[in-house]
Design a protein around this ligand. Structure first.
Ligand SMILES: [Zn+2]
Length: 481
C-alpha cells in the first residue's frame, strides 16, 4: 500500500507511558523538538544526526573508550552497544521511522499508524525475558506508534552511560515526564555537550562499583561550589540539585530514581538486564555530605578526592598483573543499598596486608569513611565508635611493634562472640593492652547494642590500618591518635 499522507510524530499531549526507557526518550524529544506535531522525516533526521556517526566515535561519558575512528559510519555509543544493524551495501545509515499499518500502540495505547519495534533496534522494550520490568512479557516484536518508536531511539541520548569491555552500563534518571524533561535540559543534554563530567570516579567490571562511581561524580558536581563559576553555572547546579531532590526542603514533585541497565554483548546478540532501581539518591547524598564534612573536619582540603581514593583503593593486583576489583564491587553494592560493607572492607584490608609488599598502607581517610558510615547508617553511638577506633589503633600499633600480626588474624577469624572475647583477652595478656569495658559489654549476641560481628570487623579494620602504618618500613605516626 502506498501512503499519500505525511507520517507524523505527535508530541502534542505526550504523557508518560510508565516504561522508563520510552519515558526517557519522550523527555528528550519534548526538550529537543518541543510539543506539537512533527514530520516523522524531520524527527528521524534529527535522531540520525545524533545517533549515527563515525564508528567508534567518542562521547563525553566514554572516558575509558579505547575505540579509534575507523572511517566507517555506525551507531554511536551507547546505542552501538545494543543496535547491531550495519548499513548493507554502503547505503547511508539512518534511523528508521516509518509505520507499517493501522493498529493500537502496545506501549501508550494510542490507536493510529503503528510499526513493529524490532529486537535489533529496541531490545529495551522488546527483549522481555531479560528485561522483565520493561516489557509486557512476550518475545515477539511489539506494535508501537511512531512517537513511542522515536522515543525508543531518543532514550539513548537521554541516559548516562559507561562502557568497559563487553559491558555497557546505562543509567536513567526516572521520574515524572516533566522532571525528566527538565533534567535532560539542565543536566544530561549539557553533559553530552561536555558541560558536566559523566565519567564514574572509578570503573571496573562490576556494575555496582561503576554505579557508585557515577553517583559520586554526580554528587561532586552538585556539592562542589567552584568560586570561578558564573551565575548561569551556579543556577544550573541549583536547578539540578532541586530536580534530584537533593536540596531539602524544596523537594521535587516526585522522587527521581536512578535505574541501572546493563548491556552485555555476547556474540552479536546483546543481553539487556535491569540491575537496580535506586530511589534514595537524596539519602545517599546526605551520607556523602557527612563524609565530606568529617574529612574536612579532619583537616583534609580535597575531601572528595580523598573519599573517592578510599573506594578507589579497593583493588588488588593479581599475579598476572590484572586488577581484581571484587572487594570494591561488594562494598559498593552494600553502600548503594545501605547494607553492611564492613565484612568486605575487613576482607580487603587483610588481603592487602598479605598480598602487598611491606610498607603498603590504607588510603588516607579510610577509617574516617568507615566510622562515619557506622554512625550515619547503623546509628552507632559516637562514643562506642571512638572507643573501638582508639582500641583498634593501639592494638594494631603494639602488634606491629611486637611483631604479633597473628593476633590480628585471630581476630579476623573469630567466628563466635566467645572467640572474639578470647582474642582480645589474649591481646590484653600478650601485649599488656587493657580492653575498654565498652568492648566487652556483651548482651546475647551484641556488644553495646551492636551485633558483635560489626564490632569485631571495626576493631579489625582499625587495627590492621594501624598495623600497616607501624610495621617495619612504615612511618612513625598513624592516621588516628
Ligand atoms: Zn505509543
Amino acid at each position: 500500500m502506498t501512503r499519500t499522507t505525511r507520517e507524523l510524530v505527535d508530541l502534542t499531549a505526550a504523557t508518560a507511558t510508565g516504561n522508563p526507557w520510552i519515558d526517557a526518550g519522550l523527555a528528550v524529544l519534548l526538550a529537543e523538538c518541543g510539543p506539537g506535531m512533527h514530520a516523522a522525516a524531520d524527527v528521524a533526521g534529527w535522531l540520525t544526526t545524533h545517533l549515527i556517526g563515525p564508528a567508534g566515535g567518542q562521547s563525553a561519558s566514554s572516558a575509558s573508550g579505547s575505540n579509534r575512528p575507523t572511517g566507517k559510519v555506525g551507531w554511536k555509543p551507547p546505542a552501538s552497544a545494543v543496535v547491531n544493524i550495519t548499513s548493507p551495501g554502503g547505503r547511508p545509515l539512518a534511523v528508521p521511522l516509518k509505520s507499517a499499518r493501522s493498529g493500537t500502540c502496545e506501549l501508550c495505547g494510542q490507536t493510529g499508524r503503528v510499526a513493529d519495534a524490532a529486537m535489533a533496534f529496541l531490545p529495551m522494550v522488546v527483549a522481555s525475558k531479560n528485561f522483565v520490568n520493561f516489557a509486557s512479557g512476550t518475545r515477539r516484536g511489539l506494535q508501537v506508534c511512531l512517537r513511542c518508536m522515536a522515543a525508543g531511539y531518543a532514550a539513548y541520548l537521554g541516559c548516562l552511560w559507561w562502557r568497559r569491555g563487553p559491558h555497557c552500563y546505562m543509567f536513567l534518571l526516572h521520574g515524572l515526564l516533566d522532571q525528566m524533561r527538565q533534567l535532560y535540559r539542565t543536566y544530561i543534554g549539557p553533559a553530552r555537550a561536555g558541560a558536566w563530567s559523566l565519567s564514574p570516579a572509578f570503573g571496573g567490571d562490576g556494575p555496582s562499583e561503576v554505579t557508585w562511581g557515577l553517583i559520586l561524580t554526580m554528587f561532586r558536581a552538585m556539592h562542589a561550589r567552584d568560586p570561578q563559576a558564573d551565575a548561569a553555572a551556579v543556577a544550573a547546579i541549583d536547578e539540578v540539585h532541586r530536580l534530584l531532590g537533593l536540596s531539602a526542603p524544596a523537594a521535587p514533585e516526585a522522587p527521581i530514581s536512578l535505574i541501572v541497565l546493563a548491556v552485555t554483548k555476547v556474540g552479536r546478540a546483546p543481553r539487556v538486564r535491569q540491575l537496580s532501581v535506586i530511589s534514595h539518591l537524596p539519602t545517599l547524598y546526605e551520607l556523602y555530605k557527612a563524609w565530606i564534612q568529617e574529612l574536612e573536619h579532619d583537616g583534609v582540603t580535597d575531601a572528595h578526592d580523598v573519599l573517592t581514593g578510599v573506594f578507589g583503593q579497593l583493588v588488588v593486583r593479581t599475579r598476572g598483573g590484572n586488577s581484581d576489583t571484587r572487594w570494591r564491587e561488594r562494598v559498593a553494592r552494600e553502600i548503594i543499598h545501605f547494607g553492611d560493607p564492613f565484612p568486605f572492607v575487613e576482607e580487603f584490608v587483610f588481603e592487602l596486608a598479605s598480598s602487598s609488599p611491606k610498607g603498603k598502607r590504607l588510603a588516607i581517610g579510610t577509617t574516617t569513611v568507615v566510622d562515619v558510615y557506622a554512625r550515619e547508617v547503623f546509628a552507632m553511638a559516637q562514643e562506642l565508635i571512638d572507643r573501638i577506633a582508639s582500641y583498634g589503633y593501639r592494638l594494631g600499633r603494639v602488634a606491629a611493634e611486637q611483631q604479633k600480626m597473628s593476633l590480628l588474624y585471630d581476630l579476623r577469624n573469630a567466628r563466635s562472640i566467645e572467640a572474639y572475647l578470647e582474642v582480645i583477652n589474649n591481646a590484653q595478656f600478650q601485649l599488656q593492652l587493657p580492653v575498654p569495658k565498652e568492648l566487652t559489654d556483651v548482651r546475647g549476641e551484641s556488644i553495646g547494642g551492636v551485633p558483635w560481628q560489626r564490632v569485631k570487623s571495626l576493631v579489625a579494620i582499625h587495627a590492621m590500618n594501624a598495623y600497616l602504618y607501624h610495621q617495619k618500613g612504615g612511618g612513625s605516626d598513624g592516621e588516628r591518635n
